[in-house]
Design a protein around this ligand. Structure first.
Ligand code: HEM
Length: 406
């Protein structure tokens, strides 16, 4: 779904105009600013194409910066005003992802190319009540069960509408968020915002799986788009689901959890203990059953001294599809660091986002299992939670959720 470089795709860059560089109204510039590397010039398509019906930001490579935000519709809002908002936002997302700017643009991202910007829209459970569409709410949006590691802050969870913004440039990401917020006008208000990050492209000697703030290589055993069951696991099927979900065909369900890491406790563990908690080596992510990062995990392997290689409560054993009747999800999280808490501990962890065709066959059974017997859970607190229906990408000229809202 990458369009390639903005120049090659013919996308226009952000506009400046007028005397002495002032940001005045001008037509969209025909050529983009020439970014120094593909980090700046890479653009991702917003609309569905022949190969992909789903929205960008699900299988797109992780970007360096992210904003996760939820909006609530304004009191008195209805289906019609929600449709108008989604139409506005979709048009804007298409322009922003192509690197184009509106006439009255603020200029914040003026010098940058599209920088792999993706903007992904989802609907929360309450959206359907607010718009009179309760009858069309998918069963998959039933509230998640309570887990013992939960200390959830409702003010930072759920919400009528969810937007995931990712970009390899922090200014481009901020600009996208600010522009969408202005476009919301009186129709919707921000409910919560979380800011995340991953590795900067080009920072490592070779492309590699990112690390999280515990220092582990994180993302190795994700389902891969080339797996034969990938689409069935991650995307809602075109047929076979209840009729009420026809508008979700090609879409996905996102579970979003703000998971704080108890880093002071974690950092007290020896490296050996840390590796046993996960079941993989810290240095290169290889499983403790042997091999390299990509060697399949052998859950039945015993060490020479008779101990089991991957401990009974190791995170990768408890979370594996083999331990959960095949339940699987695509994990695409960002790290976060919001300063420190009153006790001096870092307010840092993972903005855990996972994608699945059905949360009851992905996140829920796996988190239930982790809640009972995962060695990692002692070092985690789930502080906020959201579940969103993320419809398929619109066709050119259409908008996200059109099949539901029209
Ligand atoms: C695997 C870390 C939360 C599900 C892993 C791995 C690490 C890791 C380092 C091994 C490498 C990999 O395959 O990606 C963490 C951290 C978490 C967290 C630091 C919280 C801050 C969760 C949650 C779930 C989950 C909440 C789901 C409910 C999985 C799954 C695997 C995995 C399914 C792959 C297991 C396999 O098949 O090998 N995680 N994880 N993780 N994690 Fe987590």
């Amino acid at each position: 779904r990458l369009l390639g470089t903005a120049g090659a795709a013919g996308a226009a860059g952000l506009v400046a105009g007028g005397a002495s560089g002032a940001f005045t109204a001008q037509a969209v510039r025909a050529e983009p600013p020439t970014a120094l590397t593909t980090v700046g010039s890479t653009a991702v398509a917003f609309h569905a194409d022949d190969r992909a019906a789903h929205q960008a930001g699900i299988t797109t490579p992780l970007q360096a910066t992210a904003h996760l935000v939820a909006f609530d519709l304004a009191p008195g809002g209805d289906r019609k005003s929600a449709a108008a908002l989604l139409r506005r936002w979709s048009k804007r997302a298409e322009e922003l992802m192509a690197g184009k700017a509106a006439k009255d643009d603020s200029g914040v991202a003026y010098d940058a190319g599209p920088s792999s910007l993706t903007i992904t829209f989802g609907f929360g459970r309450t959206f359907f009540d607010r718009t009179g569409l309760t009858a069309k709410r998918p069963a998959a949006l039933e509230p998640l069960p309570h887990f013992t590691a939960d200390v959830l802050d409702p003010k930072r969870g759920e919400g009528d509408l969810w937007i995931q913004i990712g970009s390899d440039d922090a200014f481009v990401a901020f600009h996208a968020l600010r522009t969408l917020q202005k476009d919301a006008g009186d129709a919707a208000r921000l409910r919560w915002q979380m800011n995340g990050f991953t590795r900067t492209p080009g920072a490592t000697a070779k492309p590699m799986t990112v690390r999280n703030l515990m220092g582990q290589v994180d993302g190795t055993n994700n389902p891969h788009p080339s797996d034969k069951d990938f689409d069935a696991r991650v995307f809602v099927p075109a047929s076979g689901g209840p009729a009420a979900e026809a508008w979700m065909a090609g879409g996905s369900y996102a579970v979003v959890r703000r998971i704080r890491m108890l880093l002071d406790d974690w950092d007290h563990l020896s490296r050996d203990r840390q590796e046993r908690v996960i079941g993989r080596r810290k240095s290169d992510g290889a499983p403790l059953s042997g091999g390299t990062e990509t060697t399949p995990v052998d859950l039945d392997k015993f060490n020479k001294d008779g101990s089991i290689a991957i401990a009974g409560d190791a995170h990768i054993r408890v979370a594996a599809p083999e331990s959960n009747h095949g339940a699987a999800m695509l994990r695409r999280p960002f790290s976060y660091h919001d300063g420190f808490r009153d006790d001096g501990a870092p307010d840092a962890g993972l903005l855990f986002i996972c994608w699945q065709a059905d949360p009851m066959k992905g996140f829920v059974p796996v988190q239930r299992k982790l809640d009972r017997g995962d060695g990692l859970s002692r070092f985690l607190r789930h502080e906020a939670s959201g579940l969103y229906a993320v419809p398929p990408a619109p066709k050119p000229g259409g908008y996200v959720g059109q099949a539901l809202l029209e």
